[in-house]
Design a protein around this ligand. Sequence first.
Ligand code: TRP
Length: 385
Amino acid sequence: MTAVFASLGVYMVPDFKVTPWEVTGDIDYDVLVERFGTTRIDDALLDRLSSYGDVHPLLKRGIFYSHRDFNLILDAFEKGEGFVLYTGRGPSGDTHLGHLLPWLFTKWLQDVFDVELYFQLTDDEKFLFKQDLSLNDTRRMAYENALDMAAVGFDRDKTKIILDTANIQQLYPLALKVSKKVTFSTARAVFGFDNSNNIGSIFYTAIQAAPCFLASEEKGRNVACLIPCGIDQDPHFRVTRDVAPGLGYLKPAMLHNKMFPSLNGADKMSSSDPDSTVFTTDSKKTVKSKIGKAFTGGCVSAEEQRGKGGNPEVCAIFKYQFYLFEEDDRKLDDLVSRCRSGDILCGECKKHLTEKVNLFLEQHQKRREEARAYIGDMTYCGFEW
Ligand code: TRP
């Protein structure tokens, strides 16, 4: 059992690329921790967390698996100093399940620690990095994405939505301070820029750094900031952490998740392959068809599979259960043994998952519609959409 869990994302050739704008190849998450210089979440840290209640399955299963200074956040909290959460979304299209993963986890953190959350929508980023998107497009998508974020159920009074082009007045002084400390040479080394990149994209990291320090600015004292996010976003905050002390701020802490798998068996769900991605607004029929076509660990024929069994390690359906849709370890365990023994076939597994995803989406879509009525109250400094 443990071997199956451990192997998700581990036994792979270390030939891959992970940057905030490009994730390709088979990601070796162990190698990534070394390359990025982050710290693995270990049993001691999980033990410490368990004093706050049940540890979230995404932590127990090693999906949130790496961090920077999370222990300092707990220290601050335990000393009564408090902290704020910060995460975000680059609005380049519809929200998919992979985007929801860190948000669901962030909601759990907000519930456990009862803290404020800044949620940044980077309409500027996606305008700069996606040739075919206009600012109107990214702003419209930001609104749609914000509905999904709200549908996750964050505390409305403690959650503020930042829209970069609308909140630039609040962000710009901080971004300027950050940008003055980051040389082009650093930006090029960290993000891989070359002479063909537009100059806006080179400055952009300063805009993503800014919310880390907003609470400190507002409160007039240093407030710690914790960022739960995909590990692909780490380069931004590595740069932010380097400059923070020189600006008189605390370094932001991070919790990193692995990328949510694709239905085609690849490591990361991608919006550019819509068939291998479940969007939050997909209809029941669409979900059924996408899951129906998913890559599994099954054999070519039913007879063969009854005899030889399937392989959950490579199965996209199993990964979905493991990442988001089956929180009960015993049920997951049972699924693995029934698959391996040939007792359960892929069709049945797909049907179960389809039912679960559709139930989840039905509730999500309802809350998403309800959010239209109150999302305006959650905007930072009261901007208008
Ligand atoms: N750059 C992120 C993206 O493309 C959006 C983002 C902004 C973000 N601030 C963040 C993500 C903080 C995680 C944490 O999706």
